[in-house]
Design a protein around this ligand. Structure first.
Ligand code: G3H
Ligand code: 13P
Ligand code: ZN
Length: 309
């Protein structure tokens, strides 16, 4: 079973009204925990690598670990570049065997975002690789409460249609109120479902992507903090909102923070209970199990992607 692109996965997800989890990976234990969970749930799976992860672990190590995961599990896996900042990193990942790349031109003026995304699409498609673009800026905690900031930064539905048509991009990350990290909302969590519905209606059959979609489950923040952590805030995207997004063409949901919290809580607990331990296998085994449990939870309760293979 080789690495696969996102095309088939998104087609099935759109029709089945579920989302494929795109989980950020940085090392072997994270990859193993995620893949084990997806295998047990027989779920479609995207593993994504940020520029920071690529720098930390090196492209070749992550590539080979994912290849090993495919051989070991027999699962079809899509290997995706998360938040590619420029053409060069996208090209390196296409040339280096990734089956999907994101070009994130969301900070650029509209025309410049189109030009950059189109350039990546042309190169990637010529090499059989799918591309995710982004239009609109993810909310900051302060932005979410200001209507003017919201209109300026959230994805404009008509622009989304023009962006997709002019770039030929395979999927589009949109801004409707989610944000990266462990502290997403100052007040009541709110997503702009009216905007999502409008975008989805204007782009029938087209896969949308939600970044910044961790739920930041309080029990994991508390566990980190009970064992000496000082993590601020715990306001993530509620699970029912993410499940609902899957009904409006959201085919890919990005999750990183929740994995970090699960892994860190487990390692903190281990050292609090075993202060004299210094064998990495002793603390990385439960950490890997914690990643697996978190991913199973996501597949069942947030993505609805069990038995999607
Ligand atoms: O959206 C960003 C991801 O959570 C990756 O984070 O750049 O620290 O690897 P990172
Ligand atoms: P979270 O920080 O909410 O996990 O989002 C991750 C993400 O969007 C990666 O691209
Ligand atoms: Zn992101």
């Amino acid at each position: 079973m080789p690495l696969v692109t996102s095309s088939e996965m998104f087609k099935k997800a759109y029709e089945g009204k579920y989302a494929v989890g795109a989980f950020n990976v940085n090392n072997m234990e994270i990859i193993q925990g995620i893949v084990d969970a997806a295998k047990e749930e027989q779920s479609a799976l995207i593993l994504q690598v940020s520029a920071g992860a690529r720098k930390y672990a090196k492209h070749i190590y992550l590539m080979k670990l994912v290849e090993a995961a495919i051989i070991d599990s027999g699962l079809p896996i899509c290997l995706h570049l998360d938040h590619g900042a420029d053409f060069e990193i996208c090209k390196m990942c296409v040339d280096g065997g990734f089956t999907s790349v994101m070009i994130d031109g969301s900070h650029l003026p509209f025309e410049e975002n189109i030009a950059l995304t189109k350039k990546v699409v042309e190169y990637a498609h010529a090499n059989g690789v799918t591309v995710e673009g982004e239009l609109g800026r993810l909310a900051g905690v302060e932005d979410a409460v200001k209507v003017s900031a919201k209109d300026a930064s959230y994805t404009d539905p008509d622009q989304a249609v023009e962006f997709v048509q002019r770039t030929g991009v395979d999927s589009l990350a949109i801004a409707i109120g989610t944000s990266h990290g462990a502290y997403k909302f100052k007040d009541e969590p709110q997503l702009d479902f009216a905007r999502l519905e409008k975008i989805s209606n204007l782009l029938p059959g087209y896969p949308l992507v939600l970044h910044g979609a961790s739920t930041v489950l309080p029990e994991f923040v508390e566990k980190c903090n009970n064992y000496g952590g000082e993590i601020q805030g715990a306001q993530g995207v509620p699970e029912d909102m993410l499940l609902r997004a899957g009904k409006f063409g959201v085919c890919k949901i990005n999750i990183d923070t929740d994995l970090r919290l699960a892994m860190t809580a487990s390692i903190r607990e281990h050292f609090a209970k075993n202060p004299s331990d210094f064998d990495p296998r002793q603390y990385l085994s439960p950490a890997r199990d914690a990643i697996k449990a978190m991913v199973k939870h996501k597949i069942k309760n947030v993505l609805n992607s069990s038995n999607s293979l």
